[in-house]
Design a binder for this molecule. Structure first.
Ligand code: AVJ
Length: 323
């Protein structure tokens, strides 16, 4: 029994399946084919991502954790927040550092994880609620690209958007996301944004193509999600994992490459999708940032950048900005 745990679900019972169906209809009938990365994160995908964060090649998670460990107290003091909202909270593994600092600062009252996957969200919310007796935990099941305006407006908020997930949005989606976020926040509210930085291409690609094949399994999991949710008949082993760095758009792309010609059938939406041998479907973009560009994007959305924290190697940045 966790008396301070509340759950708010902004996704109707069939919301995810319908939203996935729309994305499939749009993305798999375009040339080149693509899918938004949010569909990786069912229970299996969230678990695989959590394994990715422990891989030697995947530096972003370790760098971000080190940055937060070093600066959490200052972040807490500057923000003065009583509510920590976390977008795309997943397993809430890094949250403890911020919750600890805010609680030592004496301001913390509420944690509000926001995630599309109800099972992952519920497990994380329960874990945090039992680790922090007295903390009110509002688990918000929602899609942060659609339901930002529905974040409860309580207290002084610090919105954490960590892990570099902001890089999953392309330039346009990121600009509208940031200004929509700015609009829903109140003066004094803060944004804590984790962003991966431009660096040596070899390291960037290795982070998305690890030796143990965990990222490949994570990438292919989206095929299993479509099979289960939309009655599709993808043969996951007929697709190869591809990770590449586009230096012009400064982003990593993950793709799935069909190893033979095939036709994939979907029950719902009723759709047949042909693949040529070698044809690639883009499943994720992960944008890498330069400091001046990201700061400019934040300013254009209306934020005032307060701190730019980075690790000694300047691999990753955590930016604190205020409305
Ligand atoms: C959780 C979105 C930040 O883009 O680096 C990890 C997801 N994809 N390996 C990223 C991911 C492949 C990750 N984010």
């Amino acid at each position: 029994p966790l008396p301070f745990l509340y759950t708010v679900n902004h996704l109707g019972p069939d919301h995810l399946r319908r939203a996935l169906a729309e994305d499939v209809r749009a993305g798999l009938t375009s040339a080149p084919k693509w899918l938004p990365p949010k569909w990786f994160y069912d229970a299996t995908g969230s678990e695989l991502f959590s394994r990715i964060t422990r891989l030697p090649e995947y530096y972003p998670a370790r760098r971000e954790t080190a940055i937060l460990r070093e600066h959490a107290e200052e972040i807490a003091a500057l923000s003065g927040a009583d509510t920590l909202a976390e977008l795309g909270s997943g397993t809430s593994e890094k949250t403890g550092l911020l919750l600890g600092a805010l609680s030592r600062a004496g301001t913390l009252k509420t944690y509000m994880p926001v995630d599309v996957d109800a099972a992952t969200l519920d497990a994380a919310a329960r874990r945090v609620a039992s680790a922090h007796p007295g903390l009110a935990v509002w688990a918000i099941c929602a899609d942060f690209e659609r339901h930002l305006a529905r974040l409860p407006r309580i207290g002084r908020r610090l919105v954490a958007f960590l892990g570099g997930t902001v890089g999953n949005l392309d330039d346009r989606a990121r600009a509208s996301f940031l200004s929509e976020l700015h609009t829903t926040l109140s003066p004094g509210d803060g944004l804590l944004l984790g962003a991966d930085l431009v660096k040596d291409t070899g390291r960037l690609v290795a982070a998305y193509d690890d030796g143990a094949g965990v990222t490949a399994a994570f990438n292919r999991n989206v095929l299993a999600v479509m099979n289960r949710e939309l009655g599709a008949d993808f043969a996951p082993q007929a697709f190869e994992h591809v990770a590449l760095y586009d230096g012009r758009l400064h982003r990593v792309e993950m793709r799935l490459r069909a190893t033979r010609p095939m036709r994939v059938h979907f029950r719902e939406p009723a759709l047949t999708v042909p693949f040529r041998a070698g044809e690639e479907m883009r499943t994720e973009i992960s944008t890498k940032f330069y400091r001046y560009r990201l700061e400019r994007e934040l300013q254009r959305a209306g934020f005032a950048v307060s701190r730019w924290y980075t690790d000694p190697a300047q691999d990753f940045a955590v930016v604190l900005a205020f409305v």
